[in-house]
Design a protein around this ligand. Structure first.
Ligand SMILES: Nc1ncnc2c1ncn2[C@@H]1O[C@H](COP(=O)(O)OP(=O)(O)OP(=O)(O)O)[C@@H](O)[C@H]1O
Length: 268
């Protein structure tokens, strides 16, 4: 893809497990590591990246010549989403081929500016958009997000199988909402069970990239348009995402070759 070096898909079989939250934080963490980063929100029916990046309703991308659009910029990364094209309050009543078409248009008509990494926030499931993506886009790797509960793991397996079938390497599993810490008494509980990420990673010979807690701050920050990596850059959550970003970059560099960040920051 023009203007994009590497493409990473972030997927989950099941909806609501925190895939968009992980995508946006991972993208911002990768940018904090010094890379040029973009996010493509492929969730045509329920795009959430606009809100998570704090892009106001009704903000539209600028046209760049005929049939091309400039991505919007937020917190130092580039972003494109269906939410920038339509009224998000209106329900989308589109059939599969129209969704696949809209997705492909976003893929081909966005004028990304010299990205090291484009993260694609996939819609949940293994339908048209995922297939279009697998067939038309050179995805370098996939990150699978799941909660530790059995029903989510079952769907995460389907996601992993799908990427394997289309020969996209699975870079690892993110176990989200692993452990809840009570903000009143500090008691910890595995609300959605324990060890699921590890089990599935072992089963498919991949790794657990991170275990993220079920935390009020993660939800509040992302809902408020300032994801944890931006809101609390020195916090534990941001540290987990920075670590995840480094693992993703290392794995992709190992498989396709890379020269590191194209922009550099001074040493801290
Ligand atoms: N670790 C977490 N702790 C607390 N809340 C979280 C966490 N991860 C995600 N959430 C919250 O859970 C909700 C669902 O998250 P998100 O939208 O990222 O999931 P998703 O898998 O992308 O959903 P969809 O299937 O609708 O695309 C959001 O309100 C988000 O703020």
């Amino acid at each position: 893809m023009e203007g994009v070096k590497h493409i990473v898909a972030v997927a989950s079989g099941k909806g609501g497990v925190g895939k968009s939250t992980v995508t946006v934080n991972l993208a911002l963490a990768m940018a904090a590591e010094g890379y040029r980063v973009g996010v493509l929100d492929a969730d045509i029916y329920g795009p959430s990246q606009a809100q998570m990046l704090g892009v106001g309703e009704g903000v539209r991308p600028q046209a760049a010549g005929e049939n091309r659009f400039l991505p919007l910029e937020a917190h130092g990364i580039q972003a494109m989403s269906m939410a920038f094209m339509v009224d998000v309050r209106e329900p989308m009543v589109w059939r599969g081929p129209m969704v696949a078409g809209a997705f492909q248009q976003m893929l081909t008509q966005t004028k990304w500016d010299d990205l090291d990494y484009l993260f694609i926030d996939m819609p949940p499931g293994t339908g048209d958009v995922q297939l279009t993506l697998a067939q038309k886009v050179p995805v370098d790797g996939a990150v699978i997000v799941t909660t530790p509960q059995d029903i989510a793991l079952l769907d995460a397996r389907k996601g992993i199988e799908m990427f394997r079938k289309v020969k996209v390497p699975v870079l690892g599993v993110v176990e989200n909402m692993s452990l809840h810490t009570c903000s009143q008494c500090g008691h910890q509980e595995p609300v959605f069970g324990a060890g699921g990420g590890e089990r599935i990673a072992t089963e498919y010979d991949t790794r657990v990239l991170a275990r993220l807690p079920l935390a009020l701050s993660i939800r509040e920050q992302v809902d408020g348009g300032r994801p944890s990596v931006v809101a609390e850059p020195e916090g534990d959550i941001a540290a987990s995402f920075r670590d995840m970003a480094r693992q993703v970059a290392e794995q992709i560099a190992a498989s396709v070759g890379d020269s590191g960040p194209s922009i550099s920051f001074s040493e801290e």
